[in-house]
Design a protein around this ligand. Structure first.
Ligand code: PLP
Length: 409
């Protein structure tokens, strides 16, 4: 997280002190760096410049309107997976003709909303969905521009809980089934097949699975001699959560994509989520209690798995760093845990750590993607605040949920 650093012993995001934020805001809360988000987008756009793609931010990574707005102003579109996300993207000012809609279970209501709002592309994920969409098209006497999401049966070599492109995953349509649908396309008179899409998984750190996917797509297009307006290559670019993570070589992949685009002569769409916002945010939390266990200390935070679920859900690793750094490194073995009544409500463990005390603040790092957007009211806890830093200024971009409102809802 380049915009997260210590000045002296104090943790800062851009030119704002985190200690200062803890004095003015109740913990836990999320903090994001506006400049980090911008740099991430511009870096991605620069890497793929030759293919001039439409970069659709996968809003499920972070659904905060202010964050979608920052990306929209730089030229990003949106990739949405529900009617709610579609409305959020529109509210954030994303133009409908820059929105793509994916998901295996879109309802009739959601499909109608997507048509009515005139979005760029609905990516169909099953024959049944194609039938429903065709029926809607018949009723309104319109030909609907659609894409088909293919399941290329490629192993993204990532955590199996975030792998989506293998035949055993529920996502997309197998190549074989797509061939059948395409052969029978006369049955779908009110659909216009303008695109093919893929999304093989998340936190992908090698270009090999992407390369395999491009080859599958080329083969399909060549076999069917199909003329497409767009190819949607999905997202999934991995980020560096731990120092030992190597980052994906985007320049190498960009060359492959450029080559691919020249062969097919169509627009390229990407759907990145994590790589745009993951390293832009931290979750700041207070140490509520320190409990000595037989083998290690339990550092009990005021943030729980309802606020940040990635460790419980995916066993994801997130470094936890002190807001106030001291040189004494003699605490011994400890595990950061949360207050929720579940054994999986725990975060990172360390064999040794600096001296910390009850009441100190720490930051869970790289929490900008799939952090806030995955949070819940479990254990009847209010959703926490989200704060955006721009240089030395901070702005609350989501207020902490009012506990009484939650109780009376
Ligand atoms: C989640 C998702 C993405 C974004 O994935 P990242 O790993 O965050 O880049 C893109 N496309 C679809 C269809 C998704 O479901």
């Amino acid at each position: 997280m380049p915009h997260l650093k210590y000045f002296g012993s104090n943790l800062f995001i851009e030119n704002s002190s985190i200690v200062n934020l803890t004095k003015k805001n109740k913990t836990p809360f999320y903090v994001y760096s506006e400049n980090q988000i911008k740099e991430n987008y511009l870096k991605l756009a620069r890497s793929f410049k030759n293919s001039n793609p439409l970069i659709c931010f996968a809003t499920k990574a972070n659904t905060n309107t202010s964050i979608i707005k920052i990306l929209g102003k730089l030229g990003a579109g949106a990739d949405v997976v529900s009617g709610g996300e579609l409305l959020k993207a529109l509210k954030a000012g994303i133009k409908p003709n820059r929105i793509v809609f994916s998901g295996v279970g879109k309802t009739e209501e959601e499909l109608k909303m997507a048509i009515q709002k005139k979005i760029l592309l609905i990516n169909i994920e099953s024959e049944s969905e194609a039938r429903l969409l065709n029926k809607i098209g018949e009723k309104i006497n319109k030909k609907i521009s659609v894409g088909f999401r293919l399941n290329p049966d490629v192993d993204a070599k990532t955590n199996k809980k975030i792998s989506t492109g293998k035949s055993e995953n529920k996502f997309g349509i197998s190549i074989k089934n797509f061939y059948v649908i395409y052969k029978n396309r006369k049955k779908f008179k009110n659909l216009k097949i303008d695109a093919l899409s893929v999304h093989i998984g998340s936190q992908i750190l090698s270009d090999t699975p992407y390369k395999k996917t491009l080859n599958v797509l080329l083969k399909v297009v060549n076999n069917l001699k199909i003329k497409l307006k767009h190819i949607d290559l999905g997202g999934g670019f991995g980020i560096s959560y731990e120092r030992k993570n190597k980052e994906i070589n985007l320049n190498k992949y960009a060359k492959l994509v450029h080559n691919f685009k020249q062969k097919l002569n169509c627009n390229i769409i990407f759907e990145p989520g994590r790589s745009l916002v993951g390293n832009s945010g931290i979750l700041v939390s207070k140490i509520q209690y320190i409990k000595k266990g037989p083998k290690k200390y339990f550092i009990i935070l005021d943030a729980g798995m309802n606020d940040f679920m990635r460790t419980a859900l995916y066993e994801a690793k997130h470094e936890i760093i002190p807001v106030n750094k001291v040189s004494k490194k003699n605490f011994g073995a400890l595990e950061f845990v949360g207050p929720i009544c579940e054994s999986t409500c725990k975060f990172t463990s360390y064999k040794n750590y600096q001296k910390i005390s009850e009441g100190d603040f720490v930051a869970i790092t790289n929490a900008g993607a799939y952090g806030s957007s995955l949070s819940s009211n479990y254990n009847t806890r209010p959703l926490i605040a989200e704060i955006l830093i721009t240089k030395n200024k901070f702005k609350i971009i989501r207020k902490r949920q009012d506990l009484l409102k939650l109780i009376n809802a």
